[in-house]
Design a protein around this ligand. Structure first.
Ligand SMILES: NC(=O)c1ccc[n+]([C@@H]2O[C@H](COP(=O)([O-])OP(=O)(O)OC[C@H]3O[C@@H](n4cnc5c(N)ncnc54)[C@H](O)[C@@H]3O)[C@@H](O)[C@H]2O)c1
Length: 335
């Protein structure tokens, strides 16, 4: 079997985790090779060389590897504002691309990446890591089986204490996961979004936001985002006509509460990052072999989430509810 050769672009906090995980998968399965690491900040690049050692190509400029025929795909872990330029460069070269969330900052850019991937017959994945969270999958199953009846509303809380951020704001940084999880479990996108947000320590960048997303049929989703709350929460609660399901996404612990009482449902926790990377390389291998596959974290999901992030920010600035219109794209034929 052909080894899929991956380059990791951007080796900061998240990129290092990705490199470690990719190396671990490579050791365990032999199916992936970490071909190269690209990091533009010289001291971080030197630290990577020390930590990850020989056997990997190290570069400071991603253009060096863009046309390297030995690279099959790239995992982009650079700051959000760079995602579009870097991803489009590799897609134009026919490379498969996994972009960390959010796919891009702007909706048009996100759909342009989807278009480029189709035009160049490349896999485009987005780092919506909770698609690979067994707790989230179990919650989806519980809902689909009607175990809590008809869902009335969903509450998603994404909070933690973070140092004041000057280059980032909380909506773009944290909301991709709750928006994506909500879509995955209820199998629908909202058509209206309203949002309030504030910065308290840094007046220019929102550190707290409350988003309400309305779905056809009346389902409401409420998303709380905060960098000011010392309690780190990654929680989803769904209140339905016959009960309540509560998921701690970090611990992958799922509870069901009904008239008969409360019980924990067994979940075997997954290694979400490893599963995301393996899924990306499985998609690449299937595409190379022309075998049918489903991309569970397709770029189109990333583009729809970027639309919702933009709509939330627009709502906050304009102090009104925004109608969301998600472009309808032709279905991608399964190959
Ligand atoms: N899925 C998740 O749960 C999750 C968690 C954390 C971060 N992320 C995402 O990962 C990305 C990186 O976040 P982070 O916290 O690691 O940021 P970071 O600032 O710690 O790391 C980014 C790194 O990219 C490097 N870089 C910047 N421009 C570059 C370029 N053109 N070429 C090569 N390297 C470049 C920087 O020097 C830095 O080392 C963000 O998009 C973030 O949203 C995802």
């Amino acid at each position: 079997m052909n080894r899929v050769r991956i380059a990791v672009i951007g080796c900061g906090y998240w990129g290092r985790k990705v490199v470690r995980e990719t190396l671990e998968i490579s050791r365990a399965t032999g199916q992936i090779e970490l071909h190269s690491v690209v990091e533009s900040f010289p001291r971080s690049l030197a630290q990577c060389q020390t930590e990850f050692g020989p056997g990997i190509d190290y570069h400071s400029d991603y253009h060096d590897i863009a046309s390297d025929p030995s690279v099959s795909g790239v995992h982009i872990c650079t700051p959000n504002g760079t995602h579009f330029d870097i991803a489009s460069r590799f897609l134009r070269q026919g490379k498969h691309v996994l972009v960390e969330k959010p796919l891009t900052l702007k909706t048009e850019e996100a759909y342009e990446l989807v278009r480029l991937a189709r035009e160049n017959d490349c896999v485009l994945c987005v780092g919506h890591i909770h698609r690979f969270n067994n707790g989230v999958s179990e919650l989806r199953r519980v809902l689909a089986e009607g175990q809590i009846g008809d869902p009335h509303y969903v509450e998603l809380r994404w909070t933690a204490l973070m140092n004041p951020q000057l280059q980032r704001e909380v909506i773009t940084d944290l909301a991709p996961h709750p928006f994506d999880i909500c879509n995955y479990v209820v199998n629908a996108w909202p058509d209206k979004v309203s949002c309030k947000g504030r910065g308290y320590r840094t007046k220019l960048n929102e550190e707290v936001a409350f988003i309400t997303a309305e779905h056809k049929g009346g389902l409401l989703a409420h998303i709380e985002l905060s960098w000011l709350d010392p309690n780190k929460r990654r929680e989803v609660t769904i209140v339905g006509s016959d009960g309540v399901a509560h998921l701690d996404c970090s611990g992958q612990k799922l509870f069901l509460e009904k008239n008969s009482g409360k019980r924990e449902l067994p979940v075997s926790p997954s290694n979400t990052l490893a599963s995301e990377i393996i899924h990306f390389t499985d998609c690449i291998r299937s595409k190379q072999d022309s075998t049918p596959f489903s991309n569970h974290s397709d770029g189109i999901l990333g583009a729809r989430v970027v639309s919702l992030l933009e709509a939330s920010r627009e709502s906050m600035y304009q102090e009104r509810t925004i109608q969301v219109q998600l472009p309808i794209l032709p279905e991608i034929p399964v190959r």
